[in-house]
Every structure is written in C-alpha cells, then in structure tokens.
Write a protein that binds this ligand. Structure first.
Ligand SMILES: [Mg+2]
Length: 169
C-alpha cells in the first residue's frame, strides 16, 4: 500500500544527480518539479548551482522538462530562463502532466527519470507512470499550508524508507 510512495533514489539536491549516473541507467531525460526542487517555493530565481547543473545535463545530451502544478506564468519564466520546456498546472500525482512532458521530449517512461521533493505528488505520480523516481530534499522550508500538513504523512513513509534502507537520512 505504501510502496507507491517509495522513490527509487534519494538525493539531497540536484547536484547529487550526476548525468553519467542517469546515462549509465539508460535514461534519456528527466522531468523536473519546480517548487522546492528547481527554485525555492513560489520563486523564479534559479541559483547558479542549479543553472550549472542544468547546463551539465544538457551537455550530456539529457533532455529535461519542468512538470509543475504551479500556474503557467511562473513556470514559464523558469523554463525560459533555463531553456527547457515545461508543463504547468499539472495536478500531480495525476498522469496527464507526465504524459504531456514525455510527448514534448519524445521519450518513453522507461527512458525517463523524475525529480521532486514531495512523495505524494512527484514520487507517487512518477511511480504511476513507471518512471525512475528521485526524491530530493526541499530547497526551502517555506511551502503551502496544505503541503506542511501532508509532510506529516510523508514523515511516516520516510520512517519506513529508512527501515528498509532505501534512504539513510
Ligand atoms: Mg515541489
């Protein structure tokens, strides 16, 4: 019952996800969550470290697409800044936004990873699509009131993940 929320990989930030690692797994692209993954919650500023990571990914030939539940205007700003396509107003964990992103990139679920900071939207949605799911630590502690409530449930799942050795932090 909880397995659907288990990520395939746990990272502390995008810098932990190396292009070579993804390529070695036969992956061709990554679908990226926006809030608290690419930028701090509700922001559009991209840190130099994130910018450098995106450039390194591009250089390695990996495709990227932002998949966010946020509104078009903000997602667009970040997408244009980074030079990558985006899907906004996604309603993750529904499959539709992920499917749209895969169509935009022209890759299959088996060739795709997804990175996000929330188990019940990013990871669940990614698992429903059979993507390689990567759970990252949120960039900031600021988030929606609703998200903060959901985090309590997330901590319950995280406890199980620790017990099973899927995560160590
Ligand atoms: Mg997020």
């Amino acid at each position: 019952m909880w397995k659907r929320f288990y990520p395939a990989l746990r990272i502390k930030g995008l810098a932990d996800l190396k292009p070579d690692y993804l390529l070695a797994r036969g992956l061709k692209g990554v679908l990226l969550d926006l809030d608290n993954t690419l930028v701090e919650w509700g922001q559009v500023e991209v840190s130099p470290a994130t910018q450098a990571w995106v450039e390194a990914m591009k250089k390695s030939g990996l495709k990227m697409c932002i998949v966010s539940n946020a509104l078009e205007e903000r997602v667009k700003v970040v997408g244009e800044k980074l030079g990558i396509p985006w899907v906004s107003r996604g309603i993750k964990p529904r499959k539709t936004p992920f499917k749209k992103a895969l169509a935009l990139l022209g890759i299959t679920p088996e060739e795709t990873a997804t990175v996000g900071d929330q188990l019940f939207t990013d990871i669940w949605g990614g698992n429903r699509m059979a993507l390689f799911t990567v759970w990252t630590t949120p960039l900031s502690t600021k988030e929606m009131f609703f998200t903060r409530i959901v985090r309590r449930l997330e901590r319950i799942v995280a406890k199980q993940l620790r017990k099973k050795g899927i995560i160590s932090d």
